[in-house]
Design a protein around this ligand. Sequence first.
Ligand code: G1P
Length: 297
Amino acid sequence: MIRPVRKAVFPVAGLGTRFLPATKALPKEMLTIVDKPLIQYAVEEALEAGIEEFVFVTGRGKTTMEDHFDHAFELEQVLGERGKDGALRQVASATLKPGQISFTRQQKPLGLGHAIWCARNFVAGEPFAVFLADDLILGKPGVLKQMVDAYNVVGGNVVGVEDVPREMTNRYGILDVVEDDGRLARARGLVEKPDPAEAPSTLSIIGRYILQPEVFEHLERHEKGAGGEIQLTDAIARTIGDIPFYGYRFSGDRFDCGSRRGFIEANIAFAMQIDGLRDQVCDVLKKYSRTPRKIYE
Ligand code: G1P
């Protein structure tokens, strides 16, 4: 029996060192793409896929995320009094229902696998999704919805995957593929950040996972892997004999918002989706592509 995916875990304890000084006092997940924080895109993608319960694994300095998904009474009251209905709707769009969201902390940065393990009591024996909010994906339907549809047919563990240039395999979890129909790739193994020469393929995991709770049995051991960290990839790899494992090639454009290029590109791509903003962005791009030098030396 394939059990439904109702819960999602958002590991958001990372320090965001690639985006300093912006992330000195601001969680990297609160960086905005156009006018919405990265984490809200992830939550909306989860809602679209039918997720009912949200678990955030946070760390010190991340409390603005709790506030973001709560009511903002003063703001809502002022906007109401001023008749700003559009703005009120925007504020409400970031509010989750009471009891729908929980927060737990990863007290030490021991790796992604450890962060997920910190959510074990909330997941409580059900299949669950994992979102890495840095990986922003423009897709219709959203990528988790696409993956849930595939999961509801095949079951097991399903991760979002994308082909990357071979020289980039050392940045990702890479699949050792046995069968591939172009959409779903079944794998017999997984390696975290292999050197290009040793990578079993170039099919890489992006930040979307649907996992069976058995993965916690392996995370429980706290074994260190690549980079001396407790890796989610290693724990998933250990379940493969017992639980079928698939990579799902999603439709959509992925932006690595943990890098400056990806972040800027995502802002442009998402702005282009908004009527009334598209033409203005095109004008701005034209203006600056005519002067590809530094304006201020
Ligand atoms: C993590 C995972 C890796 C995955 C990547 C996707 O790595 O460990 O397997 O491919 O996310 O973004 P990180 O980017 O945290 O180093």
